[in-house]
Design a protein around this ligand. Structure first.
Ligand code: BES
Ligand code: ZN
Ligand code: MN
Length: 515
């Protein structure tokens, strides 16, 4: 149990087991970042030689722990590197988010921590708070000894702590960070313990007591509806598929967005089976569904005036006598037929059902999120997602991602894709062809067929959805929750197109809450 506070106090005078400040690199050497001025002043001229003796260069990820010997009210000063000083807004937000994440792991044994990182406006406060909470994320479900948790008391120091917008940003950050944490939990849970029906149950549980309504369609209902994509992909597993539909419907919404998530709880490839090492992380193949579900719950918890219809397309892609075969024809919800040519290109099949269900709700925009193709991992690596679809929607999502350091790169759907998608000799559409190049583009072109002209974007998060390496910054090993904050910030952007300064409140300088 950790309690979080936002205060306007000086970091030099704040009593905590550890006080954290950032350090940036400048041409003249390392300098304490915004928020740490009082600490720098308390140490005076002794700080720079001390840092150079320690060999502290201010690189992201660098940490130095310095006993304060009475120079500060706290006994321990923790310096975290933030990289080069910059005027670039997005770079600064990301540096702060990462530094806060590093700070969380560097102070896990302290009972109380004060963070004196740059927090001069609402977006910075959000990044300090979310970065700290996410960097301190742990997944202890299968460990016999619980990992170090976060400090019991965390105080974010901030020069505008009295302002309404600061308090709101601080509280909203906690809501978003816990949504990301649950997304990570779901992604990290082994497939045996998170089948489609179990994940559906988790979603129902998560939505209890919220303003989000949930409907779960089981395999019998999917058959009645005609969701042939989900039934085809899920047919090889003894754990049958589910379609989970969520709806958040605030009064007087300014927009209606539909979110569709790929929820393959395990992707063996099916009969077009993956090699062993390609399967190793395939419990992560439901990361899109987890992100859209938790984004919907977060948008509702924040009370944003945006209607959300979300679709989590859950199935397990397995091998058995009842598995779909290459050459089979599936009928997607709404009636279009698809020839399956590679059972490992299963994501587009379950998403087709979800997209067609979404179209029926007549939303203003549809956004799907999916760990869809290894091709996009090859193209963009593991830190950047691919964004396809209508230029305007893609541009807004790229911009929304900047607030929290999620990078999406625009990718094309070339004209010849249309022919390839229509290339089946026996069905309306071909799910795949054996052209090796640009497979992520073909996948996107296939999905577009099911959007019926509704403004749409597709986020392929196969790379950034899962971190096979170790913790760095606000990202921990395993599930990352990538995409969630982009969606929440996109909805925020729809709710308040122009950013305005919130009014100053007279209600004191202390906003506290427990989590
Ligand atoms: N789930 C995979 C994509 C993936 C790869 C996600 C790596 C995360 C990390 C997807 O279902 C898949 O198997 N895609 C195939 C597509 C191909 C058959 C057209 C791939 O990437 O090879
Ligand atoms: Zn997959
Ligand atoms: Mn696959």
């Amino acid at each position: 149990m950790t309690s979080y506070h936002l205060r306007g106090a000086s970091p030099a005078k704040t009593r905590a087991d550890a006080v954290v400040v950032g350090v940036v690199k400048t041409p003249k050497g390392v300098v304490v970042a915004d928020g740490g001025e009082d600490v720098a002043a308390a140490f005076g001229r002794s700080l720079r030689p001390l840092l150079s003796t320690l060999g502290f260069s201010g690189k992201p990820g660098d940490v130095a722990r310095i006993p304060t010997g009475g120079k500060l009210a706290s006994p321990l000063l923790v310096l975290v590197g933030m990289g080069p000083a910059t005027d670039d807004r997005a770079a600064t937000l990301l540096a702060v988010r990462r530094a806060a994440g590093v700070a969380a792991r560097s102070t896990a044994n302290a009972a109380s921590v004060a963070l004196a990182l740059p927090a001069g406006d609402a977006a910075l406060i959000r990044n300090v708070t979310e970065g700290y909470l996410l960097g301190g994320y742990t997944f202890g479900r299968y460990l016999s000894t619980t990992p170090d948790a976060q400090a019991g008391t965390v105080t974010v120091l901030c020069p505008i702590a009295r302002r309404q917008e600061a308090v709101a940003a601080f509280e909203e950050a906690q809501v978003v960070a816990s949504a990301v944490a649950v997304t990570r939990d779901w992604v990290n849970t082994p497939a045996a313990d998170l089948t489609p029906s179990l994940l559906a149950g988790e979603i129902v549980k998560a939505a209890k007591g919220t303003k989000v309504k949930v409907t779960v369609h089981d395999e019998a209902e999917l058959a009645e509806l005609g969701c042939g994509g989900l039934l085809g992909v899920g047919g090889g597993s003894s754990a049958p598929p589910r379609l989970v539909e969520l709806s958040y419907s605030p009064g007087k919404p300014v927009a209606h967005i539909a979110l569709v998530g790929k929820g393959i709880t395990f992707d063996s490839g099916g009969l077009t089976i993956k090699p062993g090492n390609g399967m190793e992380t395939m419990k992560c193949d439901m990361a899109g569904a987890a992100a859209v579900t938790q984004a919907t719950l977060a948008i509702a918890a924040l009370g944003l005036p945006v209607k959300v219809s979300a679709f989590a397309c859950l199935a397990e892609n397995m091998v058995s006598g009842s598995a779909m075969r290459p050459g089979d024809v599936l009928t997607i919800y709404g009636g279009r037929t698809v020839e399956v040519l590679n059972t490992d290109a299963e994501g587009r099949l379950v998403l087709a059902d979800g997209l067609q269900r979404a179209v029926e709700q007549e939303p203003d925009v549809i956004i799907d999120v999916a760990t869809l193709t290894g091709h996009m991992v090859m193209a963009l690596g593991t830190k950047v997602g691919a964004a396809f679809g209508d230029d305007a929607v893609v541009a807004s999502l790229i911009e929304a991602g900047q607030e929290s350091g999620e990078k999406h790169w625009p990718m094309p759907i070339p004209a010849d894709i249309v022919e390839r998608v229509h290339g089946s000799k026996i069905a309306d559409l071909a799910q795949h062809d054996w052209t090796r190049w640009g497979g992520g583009l073909l996948a996107a072109g296939f999905l577009r067929e099911f959007t019926d002209g509704v403004p749409w974007a597709h986020l392929d998060i196969a790379g950034p959805g899962f971190n096979s390496g170790s913790a760095a910054g606000h990202l921990t090993g395993g599930g990352t929750g990538f995409g969630l904050t982009t969606l929440v910030d996109y909805a925020r952007g729809l709710a308040s197109p122009a950013t305005t300064d919130g009014p100053v409140t007279a209600s004191g300088s202390d906003a506290s809450s427990a989590a």
